[in-house]
Design a protein around this ligand. Structure first.
Ligand code: ADP
Ligand code: MG
Length: 315
């Protein structure tokens, strides 16, 4: 199968393209999108590299899902509505079973969020997946990292830390029973981008970010961009029953520095009414004038953790 047959078979879906303001999708030199009057484009890229972000043994449908999910999560963090995405793919060889699974997982998530695949690039090389997402938000409405104000409450969606549990099992440092491992693995391999939450937080949240590298570091980005500090209650952090059954030190590591969670962390005035979009929201701390991040327990006592977030060039 040649390059163009491959693209046509696995990545070209013209009927859907037309459904979402896409005049020209896959197949020409450029895609042509119709902007919503008054809206702003929000654009983000995330790359997944084999051996770095995923194992060669991962189910291809889950990999397709995750490759788009981590990108949609960035749109969610900014309160954007997805409009389309491009896919740059390097493949070692044409493996039709792999391509079928990958495109199925990828396009199922795309369909669920009405975010059509509008173009890309395909080349031979070490397995590498780079997606760029295009979204929109009304002018001035995008949620940024820089808006947190002293006295704002800090909130997080969903639960943190399960993806890190799966990583520890893959590393051989933790044993879970089969059911526990499958749950943790699903959290790692099939994250849910919180798009409806992000959009519902427009005009309510003062700052937001998605947790990809670990809560401490990602919340730290909000604090740095906003020029404020915070107190974070580690005992308040929402966790699954699976994580709650682990030793306390491991729980804290997974919650504070786990990464790959793709939940939203956001700040909002303490009296703000938060939207109910069917996603659990937990209040985990408060923005303070004093710079830095103070981690405390339920009694308010300082917690020494010595943890830091994931950094590709320091890890
Ligand atoms: P060009 O040579 O003009 O850059 P290509 O030959 O690389 O175009 O691609 C042909 C068409 O297929 C283009 O519309 C491009 O956007 C699309 N395309 C290529 N690879 C992918 C892919 N992996 N997923 C979706 N569309 C793709
Ligand atoms: Mg061209």
């Amino acid at each position: 199968m040649g390059e163009f047959d491959l693209i046509r078979r696995y990545f070209m879906r013209p009927a859907m393209d037309l459904a979402n303001g896409v005049e020209v999708g896959v197949g020409d030199d450029c895609a042509v999108l119709v902007p919503t009057p008054g809206a702003r484009w929000l654009v983000s890229s995330d790359m997944l590299v084999e051996g770095r972000h995923f194992l060669s043994t991962v189910d291809p449908a889950r990999l397709g899902h995750k490759a788009l999910a981590v990108n949609l999560s960035d749109l969610a963090a900014c309160g954007a509505t997805p409009r389309g995405f491009t896919l740059a793919l390097a493949l070692p060889r044409v493996d039709e079973a792999w391509l079928a699974g990958f495109s199925r997982g990828l396009l199922a998530l795309a369909d669920a969020h009405r975010c059509p695949l509008i173009g890309g690039d395909t080349t031979q090389g070490p397995l590498n997946i780079c997606i760029t997402v295009f979204g929109e938000a009304p002018a001035g409405a995008a949620l940024l990292r820089s808006g947190a104000r002293v006295g704002d409450a800090i909130w997080v969606s969903g639960r943190l830390g399960d993806a890190r549990l799966a990583l520890e099992v893959f590393r051989g440092t933790l044993a879970l029973d089969a059911g526990g491992f499958e749950a943790a693995r699903a959290a790692m391999e099939s994250p849910t981008p919180r798009l409806s939450l992000g959009q519902a937080l427009r005009g309510i949240a003062t700052a937001a970010i998605d947790v990809s590298d670990g809560l401490l570091g990602d919340l730290g980005h909000i604090l740095a961009a906003s020029g404020v500090g915070a107190r974070l209650d580690v005992d308040a952090l929402p966790r699954s029953a699976l994580l709650a059954a682990q030793p306390a030190a491991l729980q804290r590591e997974c919650l504070l520095a786990g990464g790959d969670d793709y939940e939203l962390v956001f700040t909002a005035p303490a009296a703000a009414r938060l939207p109910d979009v069917g996603v659990e929201l937990t209040r985990i701390g408060v923005i303070e004038l004093e710079r830095g991040l103070r981690v405390v327990d339920a009694q308010g006592a300082a917690v020494a953790h010595g943890l830091r977030s994931f950094d590709h060039f320091k890890a």
